[in-house]
Ligand binder design. Structure first.
Ligand code: HEC
Length: 160
């Protein structure tokens, strides 16, 4: 019985060690000022702080990779979230030349923050400082709505 457990333990250890070989991509591509929302359309400091605390780990090229993102299987989960998050919304790759698309992105931000969908619960469970209060949600929603409205009026040419 004891021997069996030992073998089981060794087998588990081997699987864990092998899993480390399948190391996912954890890169932060360079942030180019001309495509970075924070540079192109700087949000008010309060909004910028909220975005950097609760969103940019998954939605920018400025991801703070935690230590557990280096250890499989957590590494795969974190890398997958960042990959998918960046694909949907990337503050470091903002649609600067496409105001209509940017307006839609701001609309999406407003929606998911208002509904409480973002930041994801699995993230706030670990990053307690990213838990948004109702007031903080409203600050983000109001900002995103105002940005969306401003961009829409810019594109429709109804300004003046
Ligand atoms: C743990 C990583 C993570 C964090 C932190 C995070 N997101 Fe996301 N976000 C994702 C992933 C993954 C998706 C794509 C899958 C989905 O829609 O659930 C996503 C999708 C989105 C979308 C696109 C929805 C759509 O359907 O087009 C928006 C907008 C968004 N997030 C905004 C935010 C905002 C704003 C914050 C901060 C308040 C935030 N997210 C924080 C991972 C994250």
């Amino acid at each position: 019985m004891k021997k069996k457990l030992q073998w089981l333990f060794l087998a588990a250890l081997a699987v864990f060690a092998l899993a480390q070989l399948a190391n996912p991509d954890r890169t932060n591509p360079p942030v180019v000022a001309g495509r970075d929302l924070f540079a192109v359309r700087p949000p008010p400091p309060e909004v910028a702080t909220l975005l950097r605390t609760a969103c940019t780990d998954c939605h920018s090229h400025e991801t703070r990779w935690p230590w557990y993102s280096r250890v499989a299987p957590m590494a795969w989960l974190v890398a997958h979230d960042v990959q998918e998050g960046r694909a949907k919304l990337n503050f470091s790759d903002w649609p600067v030349t496409d105001p209509a698309r940017a307006a839609r992105k701001f609309g999406n931000i407003s929606d998911v923050v208002d509904s409480g969908e973002m930041p994801p619960k699995k993230y706030t469970a670990i990053h307690r400082d990213a838990v948004l209060t109702a007031t903080q949600r409203k600050v983000l929603v109001d900002w995103a709505e105002a940005q969306s409205a401003a961009l829409k009026s810019e594109t429709s040419g109804t300004k003046q």
